[in-house]
Design a protein around this ligand. Structure first.
Ligand SMILES: Cc1cc2nc3c(=O)[nH]c(=O)nc-3n(C[C@H](O)[C@H](O)[C@H](O)COP(=O)(O)OP(=O)(O)OC[C@H]3O[C@@H](n4cnc5c(N)ncnc54)[C@H](O)[C@@H]3O)c2cc1C
Length: 288
């Protein structure tokens, strides 16, 4: 097996091209090392553009090889996209967060990947380049092909970065999860919310729950229900009911019973929405 630490994008592209489907991109390797390793690994985490965190041209932009630790502690992410900081800080353990990356979390395509759930809630898009040099931008929620399978083919495509609109005045975001333990445990359910309020009423909302499908899932009906409403006790209990009714789940030996998971979906989605709305009303709470 060969392992190349690429120093620029051309090197990544040419190594994948030379690998003819037998070499693939690697970042932190926390997922990849648990699988059958390919013939060649091309590490992109030394490329400066894959570790940048910045606000530019009206977007928060994060390189695909930004680690969970870096995202969770970034002042920019904490103030403009609290949901992502919260998602990243719950992942695995300190050691995993120090090397695992947000790009790897998305491309690994686990149904309840914590950073991916937060990114989808924020409305993130990924910038992808293939070995022919074609660049495209795709919504993260459209990058799921099947259970644990991404649309991104890491033997011929590289995710360079992720970007989304910052939560500015009147907007807030939040992520929440429930697991058997506080560390090193997959979530039974996780959820994220992004909400924009105008005159105290919901103008836009994104609500995400997982794992309820092979991909983290937008709760489109529940989102629609709350447009034009204020976030009060009545709305929160309506969301709790509507979110649980919008999804279908099965009993899982790995996670919990279907009945308990449905209960958690309602509780966590409504909790994420309430926290996101509190932050929208009081930007000082964005970093809390
Ligand atoms: C003990 C343990 C606990 C964990 N706990 C959690 C948890 O609580 N929550 C959670 O969500 N995850 C968890 N994970 C999973 C894992 O740590 C994350 O998914 C991590 O973000 C993966 O990132 P990585 O950089 O290590 O990816 P890698 O392992 O390097 O790559 C994963 C996949 O993505 C591809 N890839 C990586 N980067 C790119 C790129 N830029 N472009 C194209 N393809 C790319 C690789 O080819 C591979 O197929 C855990 C893993 C372990 C081992």
């Amino acid at each position: 097996m060969s392992y190349l630490i690429a120093s620029n994008l051309d090197e990544v592209i040419s190594s994948l091209r030379d690998g003819s489907g037998k070499a693939r991109v690697v970042a932190g390797a926390t997922d990849l090392y648990l699988q059958d390793l390919p013939y060649g690994l091309v590490d992109l985490s030394a490329l400066p553009e894959t570790t940048v965190i910045e606000e530019k041209d009206g977007f928060v932009k994060l390189g695909a090889a930004v680690t969970h630790t870096a995202a969770a502690s970034s002042p920019l992410v904490l103030s403009r996209a609290r949901a992502l900081a919260e998602g990243c800080e719950t992942i695995g353990s300190l050691q995993i967060r120090n090397i695992g990356t947000i790009g790897g979390n998305v491309v690994n395509a686990a149904p309840a990947a914590d950073a991916a759930v937060a990114l989808i809630g924020l409305g993130a898009e990924a910038v992808i380049i293939d070995i022919e040099g074609n660049r495209r931008q795709e919504s993260v929620e459209n990058l799921y092909w099947a259970y644990n399978r991404s649309v991104v083919d890491s033997t011929r495509e590289v995710m360079l970065s992720l970007q989304f609109k910052p939560c500015l005045g009147g907007e807030g975001s939040a992520f929440t999860r429930f697991a058997a333990r506080r560390a090193l445990a997959l979530p039974m359910v996780n959820a994220s919310a992004r909400v924009k309020l105008e005159n105290g009423l919901v103008k836009e909302a994104r609500l995400v729950a997982a794992p309820v499908n092979p991909a983290p899932t937008r709760l489109l009906k529940t989102e629609e229900l709350i447009i034009g409403r204020s976030i009060n006790e009545e709305t929160i209990s309506m969301v709790e009911k509507a979110a649980a009714e919008e999804v279908e789940v099965r009993d899982s030996l790995l996670r919990c019973s279907a009945r308990y998971r449905l209960h958690l979906v309602g509780v966590l989605v409504s909790r994420a929405l309430k926290t996101a709305a509190d932050r929208a009303l009081d930007p000082g709470k964005a970093g809390e």
